[in-house]
Design a protein around this ligand. Structure first.
Ligand code: ACO
Length: 329
């Protein structure tokens, strides 16, 4: 990639539901314990969307904040991308629902499906649109309501996930701020390790698919864990190499928040000190495509990430997909 960035993040925002589900609450639902969940995952709480609200409601709230901070009005957005695996419905896209709620009527709106890597896929796509001259202002949102795809009888998965949304506004970069590198990869052979089989055209909704609980997330946790560490290290190393930098140069690492142990394993391999790593999994659990933009927004709001600093963002998710981007904030 060229060293001069083509697009930069002009504003970020996030939205999480008020309702909180603690590990103690989960002890009443499945055979588990607060101690097991904390030790194995680092998660203490997760936020659950209230009945009657949907993915695009959360996404629109996060987007409104990001637009405000970027100093843009909704009608100035030319492209609106929502990364999600928990869309409002099969179609139309959640992005079109968000467009309607924001009244961003000058935008082309569409969803992308790359699981937990979705936000970075969207960010890199938005950067490419701006670099090509097709669009100037792009809104990228990662938004998930995983609680409605979670099997609340499966203790191996239900303790992991939460709901939330995060957003970023991309605009052309006039200086050295912005995306310095971009890296995206997939391996469809590993799709069977983490998926939600029901509801598509392979297993359209029927009494049988509901009885077989096919509309819930299925995961082979140990296998996913191994690939998560391998792919996130691969992604981190590639983004640094593409930018001609090393791990020592970065100010903050934000990884997908799937499991604290996975994050620590990645950090150890990159030889980064703890103070350069942002972790908020204890509060939100795994919010898939929303986890990186929620974390980025929080890091900026807390002053952990300041203008001009270098942030390495790294994700992996179902597909498998993995991605990274080094961004000067
Ligand atoms: N409470 C108590 N015990 C549990 C629970 C629970 N919630 N879940 C599983 N166990 C038990 C198992 O039954 C097993 O018992 P056994 O030894 O008697 O058979 C034991 O705990 C160990 O189970 P493992 O699955 O081997 O536990 P592990 O240490 O691997 O931790 C975990 C499980 C947390 C799921 C881990 O494997 C992990 O984080 N994997 C990656 C998950 C992930 O990153 N997913 C990404 C999803 S992102 C996306 O794209 C949507």
């Amino acid at each position: 990639m060229n060293s001069r960035p083509k697009s930069m993040i002009a504003g970020t925002g996030s939205a999480v539901p008020e309702k909180v589900l603690t590990n103690a609450d989960l002890e009443k639902i499945v055979e588990t314990s607060d101690e097991w969940i904390r030790e194995r995952t680092g998660i203490e709480r997760r936020h659950i969307l209230e009945d009657g609200l949907t993915n695009s409601d959360l996404a629109a709230r996060a987007a409104e904040q990001a637009l405000k901070k970027a100093g843009l009005t909704p009608d100035q957005i030319e492209c609106l991308i929502v990364a999600t695996i928990t869309p409002d419905m099969g179609f139309p896209s959640t992005a079109c629902a968000v467009q309607s709620k924001l009244e961003a009527f000058n935008a082309a709106a569409f969803d992308i499906s790359a699981a937990c890597s979705g936000f970075l896929y969207g960010l890199i796509m938005g950067d490419s649109f701006i670099a090509s001259g097709l669009y100037k202002n792009v809104l990228v949102i990662g938004s998930e309501v995983l609680s409605r795809m979670t099997d609340w009888e499966d203790r191996a998965t239900c303790v992991l996930f939460g709901d939330g949304a995060g957003a970023a506004v991309l605009v052309p970069s006039g200086d050295n701020r912005g995306l310095l590198s971009a890296y995206m990869k997939s391996d469809g052979r590993l799709g069977y390790l983490l998926n939600c089989p029901g509801g598509g055209v392979t297993y359209p909704a029927s009494h049988e698919t509901v009885d077989q609980r096919l509309h819930f997330i299925k995961m082979e946790g140990r296998e996913v864990y191994k690939h998560a560490v391998r792919t996130m290290v691969d992604a981190a190393v590639h983004s640094l190499e593409l930018a001609g930098l090393t791990a020592k140069d970065i100010d903050l690492l934000i990884t997908h928040q799937a499991n604290k142990r996975i994050i620590h394993a990645v950090v150890q391999r990159l030889k980064l000190p703890d103070e350069k790593v942002f972790i908020n999994i204890e509060e939100y659990g795994n919010t898939s495509a929303a986890s990186i933009p929620i974390a980025m927004n929080q890091a900026i709001e807390e002053g952990r990430l300041k203008e001009g600093q270098l942030c390495l963002m790294v994700a992996f998710g179902g597909g498998f997909t993995w991605a990274s981007s080094l961004v000067r904030i």
